[in-house]
Ligand binder design. Structure first.
Ligand code: SF4
Ligand code: FES
Length: 252
């Protein structure tokens, strides 16, 4: 007959939540080879852990050369967008149990931006498009002596687009951006929207002209990939449509 202590240990191990998971990662080490390749890693994971936890285990315990961006680990900084099972997601917001761990889970860099190393891409074209739409409040003269007031209705007008964390999941899921990296892309338009429809801002017309460019909003084919990809739940396609409508009606 087993002792009570042993029974407890056996019960604990029988209830172990850990499962064996394969992460199939798109590796690229330019200092070694010009070709990218797939590499499999097997891990024991609790299905309630996140893909970021799995990447950290690989980096800390199995292969310190694995390279990826992350910072906050809580869906705020936007640095760990990647393609997980073919869909753009934040690794820190994606649970293992939600990405079919019975099969190898594929992890690749986001598309449309140059892969620099493993899961790290060159974000500069993305941030250049962001800078180009002037993502800051512009006013002319009339320096306020107290805060600039705004009604709740006026604030609501651009509430959705204030939530952007610049993760690039939308832009790098857009087929137009894949085919021609010159397109401003959804994220830049979302951040232009945030100021175009801000009643305190005075550069809306200027931003609309910037987005009237041949690489601006008219390149959007309304595929909704961007809205599907956004981890913040922003209605990206709707924001792009509102900018298009403002350009046609010239009413902000
Ligand atoms: S709109 Fe959404 S998907 Fe696009 S950069 Fe902002 S947070 Fe990321
Ligand atoms: S690590 Fe910051 S959003 Fe995922």
């Amino acid at each position: 007959m087993s002792t009570p202590v042993l029974e407890k240990v056996e019960a604990a191990s029988a209830a172990s939540p850990y499962i064996t998971v394969t992460l199939r990662i798109r590796r690229f080490k330019p200092e070694v080879s010009a070709d990218a390749y797939w590499e499999d890693f097997q891990l024991e994971l609790d299905p309630k852990e996140r893909v970021l936890d799995a990447l950290n285990k690989i980096k800390w315990d199995l292969d310190g050369s694995l390279t990826y961006r992350r910072s906050c680990a809580h869906g705020i900084c936007g640095s760990d967008a990647m393609r997980i099972n073919g869909k753009n997601r934040l690794a820190c917001k994606t649970l293992i149990k939600d990405v079919n761990p019975d099969k190898p889970i594929t992890v690749e860099p986001i598309k449309g931006l140059t892969q620099l190393k493993d899961l790290v891409v060159d974000m500069e074209p993305f941030f250049q498009a962001y800078r180009d739409v002037m993502p800051f409040l512009v006013t002319k003269g009339n320096e306020p002596t107290r805060e600039r007031l705004q009604s709740a209705e006026d604030r609501e007008r651009f509430d959705d687009t204030t939530k952007c964390i610049l993760c690039a999941a939308c832009t790098s899921s857009c087929p137009v951006f894949w085919n021609d990296g010159q397109y401003f892309g959804p994220a830049a338009i979302v951040n232009a929207h945030r100021f175009i429809f801000d009643s305190r801002d005075e550069a809306g017309e200027q931003r609309l002209e910037i987005l009237n460019d041949r690489d601006g909003v008219w390149r959007c084919r309304t595929t909704f990939n961007c809205t599907d990809a956004c981890p913040r739940g922003i209605e990206v396609t709707k924001a792009i449509q509102e900018v298009k409508r403002a350009l046609i009606t010239r009413r902000i």
